[in-house]
Design a protein around this ligand. Structure first.
Ligand SMILES: Cc1ncc(C[n+]2csc(CCOP(=O)(O)OP(=O)(O)O)c2C)c(N)n1
Ligand SMILES: [Mg+2]
Length: 420
């Protein structure tokens, strides 16, 4: 843990105009907000009594959920959560809006790069911008993120360089970036494994006596994995300063969330002794508020918190997937009406902050980012030596690995021989 470094000034390419929106704990409402966490959970339980049929409750529904900005752009009051974002100015909101526009543009450009053969694969985040930006912008540079493969928006808030973001998907490197340089581990493709890493890291923070927090990002499908459940047992047992941030995007490839979750996913955490919040994941302000509450709790020694951000994956699982084969008709339209960017745009237009000129400037910034990212992508080495895959597994020599490497080298040589 002694290796942990803080990240200062690394948001050059990645920062929207608001930079990091660090948690500012409201002085007078701490207790009410802590009880708010459990209140949110109690609400959920009230609406889904034990023994109710699964039809009573689709885990994707938006009832009993924290929401501060409605899909029509209206700002709703939430006494327990409002104090946590009372400091957020219109300019900050515009920064969050810009962030979301930029990461959606990054996503579109990366999808295009994959279609043009420049990337092997891409996992789109389309629709999940608010969940990622609202949470990512709440973090401090010395917090540490352990993510899955879809958190490009979070990586953006951490200041990942574009080439590093894409190298993983281009297959030019065994990882993507130096985790310590941006306070974020490289993507975990083994579903749910990163929740264990986050819990271990958080215990290290506690041991070191620092108030940094580890955040594990994972999906609705991951909650069925043993790793996630084991991580929650350990986190609760040892009061690890970790946030379990679940983006419930309604699908685990082609499996709908309702198949594996007969109750709200957020309902599970209290069974482990972890308070949970269910938040509208398409509402960037609500996500920011919930993440700040969880961060504050962890920093004060209160242990883990589970956040279920209810959102929707508007694109395919990856560029290799065709959701038309399993997605019910009309579902996409239903969620498009709750688009995270449109709703914040409406709020800002209503306040006179998002004028045509400002919208043009934001779009120009997003286009410039996409241009820069494309250039970084095509500049990456295309066909690295396959044997380099062995180079970064252990820090020192390892006889077993050396054996595998020489076997693989022999195999590659045999292919060369076959071709000639
Ligand atoms: C341990 C493990 N099992 C299965 C897979 C194959 N797999 C890749 S993505 C995925 C679905 C994950 O769904 P979810 O957790 O909801 O995340 P999302 O893709 O929706 O962001 C599965 C089963 C895997 N990568 N790792
Ligand atoms: Mg999912």
């Amino acid at each position: 843990m002694g290796n942990r470094r803080t990240v200062e000034g690394t948001f050059g390419n990645g920062a929207g105009c608001c930079g990091q929106l660090r948690s500012r704990r409201p002085q007078s409402t701490r207790e009410s907000c802590v009880s708010d966490v459990s209140t949110t959970h109690e609400h959920t339980r009230t609406s889904s009594p034990a023994g109710g049929s699964p039809e009573d409750l689709h885990p994707g529904q938006l009832e009993d959920i924290v929401q501060l900005i409605c899909p029509d752009g209206a700002r709703t009051a939430s006494p327990g959560f409002d104090p946590w974002v009372a400091d957020v100015t219109d300019e900050d909101l515009l920064g969050l809006y810009e962030d979301m526009i930029v990461v959606r543009r990054i996503d579109t450009e990366a999808t295009a790069l994959q279609r043009q053969g420049e990337l092997a694969l891409w996992a789109p985040l389309l629709g999940q911008e608010a969940a990622q930006i609202g949470s990512g912008r709440a973090l401090r540079s010395d917090d540490f993120v352990f993510s899955s493969y879809r958190e490009h928006g979070v990586a953006y808030t951490r200041g990942a360089r574009f080439g590093d973001l894409l190298s993983f998907w281009r297959g030019t490197t065994a990882s993507g970036w130096d985790p310590y340089s941006i306070g974020m581990a490289t993507p975990a493709v083994i579903i749910g494994a990163q929740t264990l890493h986050a819990t271990g890291y958080a215990l290290g923070c506690k041991h070191d006596g620092v108030d940094s927090v580890a955040v594990a990002y994972f999906g609705d499908g991951a909650t069925s994995q043993g790793d996630v459940n084991e991580a929650m047992v350990f986190a609760a047992s040892f009061q690890a300063p970790v946030i379990f941030f679940c983006q419930n995007n309604q699908w685990a490839i082609s499996e709908p969330v309702g198949l594996q979750a007969q109750r709200h996913i957020s309902d599970r955490a209290p069974g482990f002794g972890i308070p949970s919040m269910r938040v509208d994941g398409n509402d960037v302000l609500a996500v920011l508020a919930a993440t700040r509450i969880a961060l504050d709790r962890a920093r004060r020694g209160g242990g883990p918190t589970f956040i279920e951000a209810v959102t929707y994956r508007m694109g395919p699982h990856t560029t290799s997937d065709d959701p038309k084969r399993y997605r019910p008709t009309g579902e996409l339209d239903e969620w498009a009406a709750k688009d995270p960017i449109t709703r914040l745009g409406r709020l800002l237009e209503g306040r006179g902050v998002l004028t045509e000129d400002v919208a043009t400037r934001v779009q120009q910034k997003a286009d410039a980012v996409a241009y820069e990212m494309r250039a970084a992508c095509v500049a990456l080495e295309r066909h690295p030596d396959p044997l380099t895959v062995f180079d970064q597994v252990y820090s020192g020599p390892h006889s077993g690995l050396e054996r595998q490497k020489s076997q693989y080298a022999a195999y590659l040589a045999s292919l060369d021989g076959a071709q000639s």
